[in-house]
Design a binder for this molecule. Structure first.
Ligand code: UDP
Length: 234
């Protein structure tokens, strides 16, 4: 990068860098830690970039800490095609609605939250994409390394998301309650004020829109991309 005079960088980091102990809504200055290998890659790369920005005065870096991206492009052409068993909640919900999975398992209903299920800050991928555009504009006119939360600041529980999905799509999502998933926190929500003030960016799409667009993509691509396209390697 040095050789080619690349000094501007937008890094896709994650809210996972806040570890397990942060109190929501989480500001960017909260303490950082890793609780799994994925989180540690994000933390390490953030640290490398912070170090690099100190040694290269002309560098300008935005570390974007994504909360829980969901949704799809409204064209129905670009969406999330989870391979194997989806780890994340929204692709699991859409696969249950599409009949690919029988039932959603909710990991714990005894958290200290509105209804006992885990609360997260879901953000529409199109809002997230716009956050990148705003970040790019910002780093082209600034110096240094700065972190930004990309979230809505609004928390939604697992049961609330299931309800919103059923309402937005008319699809039923049968579920069962099981034990907590190890390593899960009760609540993880962003304080998105810094991004609003410095990037002039704010998420505008609500969970109903997120559910509708996630489902539209899944409905048009019930078996993922494999069902829609003949791949050159097939
Ligand atoms: N979750 C769930 N069932 C699933 C997947 C996720 O109940 O099949 C819950 C999980 O315990 C958490 C929330 O949904 O409270 C969001 O989980 P996800 O893995 O999507 O995001 P993360 O926990 O990494 O923020």
């Amino acid at each position: 990068m040095e050789r080619h005079k690349v000094h501007h960088l937008v890094f896709s980091s994650s809210a996972t860098v806040y570890g397990l102990n942060s109190k929501s809504p989480i500001p960017e200055y909260a303490s950082l830690s890793a609780t799994n290998p994925y989180g540690r890659t994000k933390l390490f790369i953030e640290e490398i970039l912070r170090d690099w920005s100190i040694t290269i005065p002309e560098s300008s870096i935005a570390l974007l800490r994504y909360f829980n991206p969901v949704g799809a492009h409204s064209s129905d052409l670009i969406g999330e095609d989870s391979q194997g068993i989806p780890n994340n909640l929204m692709p699991y919900i859409t696969q249950v609605a599409a009949g690919r999975k029988e039932i959603l398992t909710i990991f714990g209903n005894d958290y200290d939250t509105v209804d006992g299920t885990g609360v997260r800050d879901y953000i529409h991928v199109m809002d997230l994409a716009l956050g990148h555009v705003k970040s790019l504009e910002y780093i082209l006119n600034s110096r240094g390394c700065d972190a930004f939360n990309l979230g809505t600041g609004k928390g939604t529980s697992v049961l609330e998301l299931v309800e919103a999905f059923e309402l937005a799509t008319g699809q039923q999502v049968p579920y069962q309650i099981s034990n907590r998933r190890p390593g899960d926190v009760a609540t993880c929500c962003a304080n998105p004020t810094k991004a609003k003030n410095k990037l002039s960016w704010e998420a505008t799409r609500d969970v109903v829109e997120m559910c509708r667009d996630s489902w539209n993509w899944q409905r048009k691509n019930p078996m993922g991309y494999l069902s829609s396209y003949i791949r050159p390697c097939d």
